[in-house]
Ligand binder design. Structure first.
Ligand SMILES: [Zn+2]
Ligand SMILES: [Zn+2]
Length: 245
């Protein structure tokens, strides 16, 4: 499978680049994970949004859904002679926003729950409720055919059960909004926490994302590397960063 970072800033777009959004592709199937601001523009560099197969949303904070409505309009108003299929948009149902995932003839909201094992195209997904001011779910996504695993923390503060949830992941995309020294925050991980989590979980590659604007990201990277040790490959998310596993 191939994962592409479309947007990676936390909270709001910055310097012409957007907030949380990732494209996951396997066997001709494309899954959009969160739909932050700028998603639609960057997505068009990779595929025709009419051909997108499914979307999954971790939670309904604006920086994760800002482009969801315009993605629906894109598919509603397009000039293509080919009518796209109804787009499945997966989201949790513990918020009234869930009803916005459905738009007649365009998209259909499909609810997931904490203990679900969901199959979406070539992927199997499980979830972990995170530490965040609103209901939010991390997701562990396994490519069924190969057993390769991507874990996306979504937004979360420290939670011990993440150590097991990320175990042996090939790629971990982690909310790293905070610098070392701010541990046990109510909403976001620190560089130190995600590095440690990756080391304990034997993660192969750690991608630091949901980054803070106008901060020393080299320092953030160094802090995460220090905590993760030399066995984990660590990098900062950037627009159009692509990893194939
Ligand atoms: Zn966020
Ligand atoms: Zn959030």
């Amino acid at each position: 499978m191939k994962v592409t970072v479309l947007g990676y800033w936390g909270g709001y777009p910055w310097n012409n680049e957007g907030t949380s959004s990732y494209l996951l592709e396997s066997e001709g199937f494309s899954l959009l994970i969160d739909a932050g601001s700028s998603t639609l523009n960057v997505l068009q560099e990779h595929l025709d949004p009419l051909t997108l197969d499914a979307v999954i949303i971790s939670h309904y904070h604006h920086d994760h859904i800002a482009d969801l409505g315009v993605l629906q309009y894109y598919r509603q108003l397009h000039n293509s002679t080919v009518t796209p299929k109804l787009l499945p948009i997966y989201g949790h149902m513990e918020d009234a926003y869930f009803s916005s995932l459905s738009l007649p003839d365009v998209s259909k909201g499909i609810g997931y729950q904490e203990h679900d094992r969901l199959v979406i195209g070539p992927f199997r997904l499980t979830f972990l409720r995170t530490v965040h001011p609103v209901v939010c779910f991390a997701m562990r996504i396994e490519e069924i055919k190969t057993g390769k695993v991507l874990v996306y923390t979504a937004d979360s503060g420290y939670l011990a059960s993440f150590n097991q949830f990320v175990a042996n992941a090939d790629i971990l995309i982690a909310d790293t909004y905070l610098f070392k020294g701010n541990e046990h925050h109510h909403a976001h991980f620190t560089s130190h926490e995600v590095g440690l989590m990756a080391a304990i979980g034997d993660v192969k590659q750690l991608i630091l994302s949901h980054l803070a604007q106008d901060k020393d990201l080299t320092k953030l990277l160094e802090e995460a590397k220090e905590a993760s040790g030399s066995k984990v490959s660590v990098c900062l998310a950037e627009k159009n960063l692509t990893v194939t596993i």
